[in-house]
Design a protein around this ligand. Structure first.
Ligand SMILES: Nc1ncnc2c1ncn2[C@@H]1O[C@H](COP(=O)(O)OP(=O)(O)OP(=O)(O)O)[C@@H](O)[C@H]1O
Ligand SMILES: [Mg+2]
Length: 461
């Protein structure tokens, strides 16, 4: 199927509407012209018939003689015209012999109407191109009828008028097509420029923007919208690039460590204990690597909107109690005291697996960043239609400079010390995504060397 360009469509519609209007205008003008012309002929015929009737009455001649006389005297009067006299029953009594047409036969009803004083007009087609306009009216004594017929389209006025209208109409339509084409071209030229500019934009150069002209019209509005879209695209491309480069960087380190360890082990023959040591280290690194890959996978799926979240009504109280039990296990080696403070009943609409992942990440951080013999407190309450989970530790805390960035991907606070080599900086990014997908909030209050308080609020149901 051939598709028309917008320019062709605009030109077509413009010309069609203009042509249609012109046609209607021409038709009305022609009809008005024809009506005025016919009226003029009718008035002339009526005057002539009246004249003949009155003249015949006052002259001594009979009406037949009078008609014969004037038709013989004035040749041009007689051409294309006939005069006939009919009796009361409508039969022909006399007709001028100058014009080859019989006379108009009238029905008895028409004759009755005419005899009652009404003038009767009729147009008759005598050949393909010839029309006769005929008037029939009663004589003064109402004993006879006079009928005059005249060729109305003998003159070329109608044809000339019609031809002029048609020629002018055709010229106007051609002109409107050409004009419409140029107008459409002019109106669409900014779109042509936009297409050329957009064709130059490639994924590597997404910082390029469309030119916005100062005129406030639909095109400049469209350019603005496209520019906003380009900015969003650029942002998301940069985000993906950053994520890819950070991820590969994070994966490179443990792989390099594993490789170096194995190379050293293989460089010379060793006893079994040494080999076991290398394998144990490699397993530890592999564990870390698999955790990073798992976290990356979750974030990549979340970014693509492909992580399937299974929402259901869940009671937070048993989940937090369960998490606290797990926390006690991982806190034990560091002799960290775990306590559960307020525990209110609160149910939310959420994905239990994700909520567990969120809480595990937070308690894992609390243990990781709290020194030996520290304290971690958990609480669950209700606040303003939300469940409020608080995880408080008296660990190393977060500096005001690091605080705004801890939810960024791969961010690790510089003062986090020894924990750095075992962490990837993805845990809180995942927490933030989980909270967001549950329409909740996560905030942190922290003071360096004093501790941190992470507060999660989730809407209850
Ligand atoms: N309870 C906390 N006390 C002190 N600092 C914290 C605490 N929780 C998080 N942080 C700081 O925030 C940073 C980001 O935390 P996040 O959980 O995202 O990453 P991570 O714990 O370093 O690594 P991962 O969780 O991926 O193993 C941490 O590196 C740490 O500096
Ligand atoms: Mg963490």
């Amino acid at each position: 199927m051939t598709s028309w360009t917008i320019r062709t469509k605009l030109t077509f519609w413009y010309t069609s509407i203009f042509g249609g209007t012109l046609f209607l205008f021409g038709l009305l003008t022609y009809l008005a012209f024809s009506y005025a012309n016919n009226k003029h002929i009718d008035v002339g015929l009526e005057e002539e018939a009246d004249g003949i009737v009155h003249y015949a009455q006052i002259s001594k001649d009979s009406i037949e003689e009078y008609v014969m006389r004037i038709s013989n005297e004035r040749e041009e009067w007689a051409s294309g015209k006939y005069v006939a006299i009919l009796n009361r029953t409508g039969n022909l009594q006399f007709r001028s012999g100058n014009f080859a047409y019989g006379y108009l036969n009238l029905s008895s009803d028409q004759i009755k109407e005419i005899l009652s004083g009404k003038t009767y007009f009729k147009t008759v087609k005598t050949s393909k191109w010839r029309l006769l306009r005929i008037i029939t009216m009663p004589m003064i004594d109402s004993q006879q009828l006079i009928q005059i017929g005249i060729v109305v389209n003998k003159g070329s006025t109608h044809k000339i008028f019609l031809l002029s209208l048609t020629t002018l109409g055709c010229l106007a339509i051609i002109g409107s097509w050409v004009g419409g084409w140029f107008m459409a071209k002019k109106a669409l030229s900014p779109i042509d420029c936009m297409i050329k500019e957009l064709q130059k934009i490639e994924t590597e150069y997404l910082e390029t923007r469309l030119t916005i002209y100062p005129v406030k019209d639909e095109i400049s509005e469209l350019s603005g919208v496209i520019n906003e879209m380009l900015a969003r695209l650029e942002n998301s491309f940069n985000h993906v690039r950053q994520f890819t480069s950070d991820s590969s960087h994070e994966l490179r380190t443990p792989i390099a460590i594993m490789k170096a360890g194995i190379e050293v082990a293989l460089s010379r023959e060793r006893d079994i204990y040494n080999y076991q040591q290398v394998l144990a280290n490699t397993l530890e690194d592999l564990g870390r690597l698999s955790k990073i890959v798992e976290n990356l996978f979750i974030l990549a799926k979340a970014d693509a909107g492909r992580y399937e979240i299974h929402m259901a009504r869940i009671n937070l109280c048993p989940i937090i109690t369960d998490i606290a039990e797990q926390l006690k296990l991982i806190a034990e080696p560091k002799n960290i005291f775990v306590s559960m403070e307020k525990m209110e009943d609160a149910s939310i609409d959420g994905d239990e697996l994700l909520i567990r992942m969120l809480l595990l990440n937070l308690v894992d951080n609390a243990v990781k960043y709290t020194p030996l013999n520290g304290t971690i407190k958990l609480s669950l309450g209700k606040d303003n239609g939300c469940a409020k989970i608080v995880i408080k530790d008296n660990g190393i805390g977060i500096s005001p400079e690091d605080s705004p960035h801890i939810f960024d991907r791969f961010y690790r606070a510089s003062k986090a010390g020894t924990a750095n080599h075992t962490s990837s900086g993805l845990g809180l990014s995942i927490c933030q995504w989980i909270v967001k997908s549950h329409r909740g909030t996560i905030t942190v209050e922290s003071e360096l060397h004093k501790g941190s308080i992470f507060t999660v609020t989730l809407p209850t149901c």
